[in-house]
Design a protein around this ligand. Structure first.
Ligand code: 3SL
Length: 251
């Protein structure tokens, strides 16, 4: 397995099948937005949501969700950490309880996470990972053994984020527990750095999130419990996987 990490959707190479491809398609690609989109996706699916359809724009979300029966849809819209007017929920994973999301399709648009999913959607296997479902993702990768693996961090509006990179490092660390450490694993320098970041902070992830710029943004909005939940590892045995372009279901 050759692992490459990209710190933002913008830094992720364009894939064949897109308008201006710059590279070959990897066997598997993972979108990571620990704070909070991929944590919310994993939590919603684990709580029994039917699927999550991701949109880059709120207009797209509204238009497509209009054709879905109102009692079987939930609109999740977030910008700048806040709920978008006209949506049912913001992007808190803690809102995704079985009674609220069970059996429903979630139509979701967030500042960065849904853009990361869109960027990799032409890959044969697309997953959504967070710390809460890290172990399930690691087990899936060990089982499938993709030759090339990309992890696209969502970052924040084109910039690096600590929480997504540490999660990518946590996934690599999980893989290396089972397979010999070998320099052939690393497809780029970012992958080496992500592992080092995780090894440095693995027992203090919440503290790291308190230092992260987006962690601080969420704390200013009073979202302390969201932060604690998003920093908790290996809580959910769920592998969110793309089942149709832009639509994430469970394995
Ligand atoms: O950037 C995103 O996609 C969101 O996850 C940001 S927030 O945590 O909902 O503010």
């Amino acid at each position: 397995m050759k692992i490459s990490i990209f710190h933002t959707p913008e830094l992720t190479p364009d894939l064949i099948g897109t308008a201006s491809p710059t590279t070959a398609v990897p066997d598997c690609a993972i979108a990571i937005d620990v704070l909070r989109a991929t944590t919310t996706i994993a939590t919603a699916l684990a709580a029994g949501a039917d699927s999550v359809q991701a949109f880059c724009t709120i207009d797209g979300l509204m238009t497509v969700s209009e054709d879905w029966p109102a009692d079987r849809r939930i609109r999740i819209g977030e910008r700048g950490g806040k709920t978008v007017e006209g949506c049912d929920l913001g992007n808190s994973p803690l809102d995704c309880t079985p009674d609220r999301v069970g059996g429903k399709r979630l139509f979701m648009s967030t500042t960065n996470g849904t853009r990361a999913l869109q960027k990799i959607q032409n890959t044969p296997i697309v997953l959504a990972a967070a710390l809460v479902n890290r172990r399930a993702i690691v087990d899936f990768l060990l089982d499938r053994q993709p030759e090339t693996l990309w992890m696209t961090a969502s970052g924040w509006e084109g910039s690096f984020s600590l929480e997504d990179t540490v999660c990518a490092g946590a996934i690599i660390a999980g893989l290396l527990e089972k397979i010999d450490r070998d320099s052939d694993w690393f497809g780029n320098d970012e992958a080496v750095a992500a592992l080092a970041l995780y090894e440095q902070w693995r027992d203090r992830l919440l503290q790291l999130f308190y230092q992260a710029s987006h962690g601080q943004r969420l704390l200013r909005l009073g979202l302390t419990e969201d932060l604690a939940y998003c920093a908790s590892q290996d809580q959910l045995n769920i592998v969110p996987i793309q089942v149709a372009p832009g639509v994430i279901g469970r394995l």
